[in-house]
Ligand binder design. Structure first.
Ligand code: ADP
Ligand code: MG
Length: 449
């Protein structure tokens, strides 16, 4: 008997939810769920992946249940079924909808949108903050600062905000995206050409200012002065500013205190390294837009071997796709392993942890692990500790900030100093290289088991 059909409730629920969450969120999540079937007291929805299903359950299941409950006056269960979309069909659909869609902002990369940003534990706070800001620019958190290591999605998220605000304002808002480096160059040029007013007017009249990589402002006194006034003008006019930085602002050197205060006075969020599941989801998401099938074990191979930088994972994927196209072969795990061995060994990652590095360095110098990672400053410990930091930088993707915190809570400048010192010794003392290579070998042996 087909006495229950909950599709009408589902449709009505979509109408209601559309009004209660942002357009971006709605299209990211609800455009990818479809009605599947109705069973007794159960509404079955289809979703594109397990990952997506988990996310939906976490974020929206209570809202969905409540809304359906209110509409139907009944307690209806919600269940999900994963239906993988046909990739070809999907990508042609995307193309059509993109050409029909609103104009894209010329300075922003089309693929750096919220839609293409995969959420995981490492970035959900940052993503939600970015969504909130896109809905209410200038109103809630101003400025918004995203910081974190290389290749973790800072630029992507920054541009996604740009896309969303641009679309929400029907292309009317003046949105400027640029790197701190371009800002600096443009300012210097405006001084040389003796038209600093044009520069001032341009940046003080925008609705949304997105500046990428503000660590570049270190040691640029006059630019900081100009930025300070730009900041105040925009802040006063309640115009949203978003910045990204590769380290916490407190660790920037040669940035004036007043500028540091301003960078930090709104909301700051750190992007962390994605976990294995998220790395897999990011890879699968990238491939979904290409017209190619890659087996699950190959995704896993990449996600296992490249652990701390999304950009490196993408390079691995690009290399495989290029190989498959050129030799016109299906990629097997064997081929992938052979093709990617270089990337896996040179992208300074793998299973090597700082902990193992410390243990092996301590062993080599007959020190205790605790002393090596502790705060003692005797000469017998300081030098091996510097070697440890140097090796950590060579073999892992950890930032100098992260390395410092694992070596007795040192700041990143101490780590940089240690690295320079060891690089110096390597040049002047031929036995150093042998010592370091020896330690590195034991670390690699341990980590490849
Ligand atoms: P950063 O600016 O932090 O160095 P990017 O924003 O340039 O890093 O990101 C590097 C690459 O990784 C980009 O191609 C970006 O699209 C991708 N990436 C990073 N995080 C994610 C994510 N959560 N979902 C999808 N792609 C991501
Ligand atoms: Mg970047």
């Amino acid at each position: 008997m087909d006495s229950w059909n909950y599709e009408v409730f589902w449709k009505e629920m979509l109408n209601q939810i559309k009004n209660s969450i942002s357009k971006e969120e709605f299209s990211m999540w609800f455009n990818n769920i479809s009605y599947c079937s109705s069973e007794e007291n159960t509404l079955v929805l289809s979703v594109p992946s397990n990952f997506f299903m988990d996310q939906i359950k976490q974020r929206y299941l209570p809202l969905i249940k409540e809304t359906i409950g209110e509409l139907s006056g009944d307690k209806i269960n919600i269940s999900f079924t994963v239906v993988k979309k046909d990739i070809k069909e999907e990508s042609s659909k995307q193309k059509i909808s993109q050409t029909e869609e609103i104009k894209k902002h010329p300075d922003l990369r089309e693929d750096y949108s919220f839609k293409n940003f995969v959420v995981g534990e490492n970035n959900s706070f940052a993503l939600n903050a970015a969504l909130a800001i896109s809905n209410n620019p200038g109103k809630s958190y101003n400025p918004f600062l995203i910081y974190g290591g290389v290749g973790l999605g800072k630029t992507h998220l920054l541009q996604a905000i740009g896309h969303a605000v641009y679309e929400n304002s029907a292309s009317k808002k003046k949105i400027v995206f640029l790197t701190a480096e371009s800002f600096t160059n443009e300012f210097v040029t405006s001084l040389l050409k003796k038209n600093p007013h044009t520069f001032k007017n341009k940046y003080r009249s925008v609705d949304l200012l997105l500046i990428d990589d503000i660590h570049f402002f270190q040691n640029t006194d006059r630019v900081q002065e100009e930025l300070f006034h730009t900041f105040n003008a925009l802040y006063g006019a309640k115009k949203q500013m978003v910045f990204t930085c590769d380290r916490p602002v407190s660790e920037l050197k040669n940035i004036t205190d007043r500028m540091k205060n301003r960078f930090e006075m709104g909301l700051k969020v750190e992007l962390l390294v994605p976990d294995f599941e998220t790395r897999l989801a990011i890879l699968k998401n990238k491939v979904a837009s290409l017209n190619i099938t890659i087996a699950d074990d190959i995704f896993e191979l990449i996600a296992k071997n490249i652990t701390s930088n999304v950009r490196d994972m993408e390079s691995a994927l690009t290399k495989l796709v290029a190989y498959a196209e050129l030799v016109n072969k299906k990629i097997t795990k064997d081929i992938a392993q052979k093709q990617l061995i270089d990337i896996f060994t040179t992208t300074k990652q793998g299973n090597i942890s700082i902990d193992i590095i410390q243990k092996k360095v301590a062993e080599y110098f007959n020190l205790s692990h605790i002393d090596l990672r502790g705060k003692k400053r005797t000469k017998a410990i300081v030098f091996p500790r510097q070697i440890g930091m140097y090796i950590a930088r060579e073999l892992t993707e950890y930032s100098t900030t992260e390395i410092g915190s694992d070596f007795g809570g040192k700041d990143h400048a101490t780590v940089i100093y240690a690295i320079q010192k060891i690089e110096g010794s390597l040049k002047s003392d031929p036995s150093m290289e042998a010592v370091i290579n020896n330690i590195i070998r034991t670390i690699k042996e341990h980590s490849s088991k």
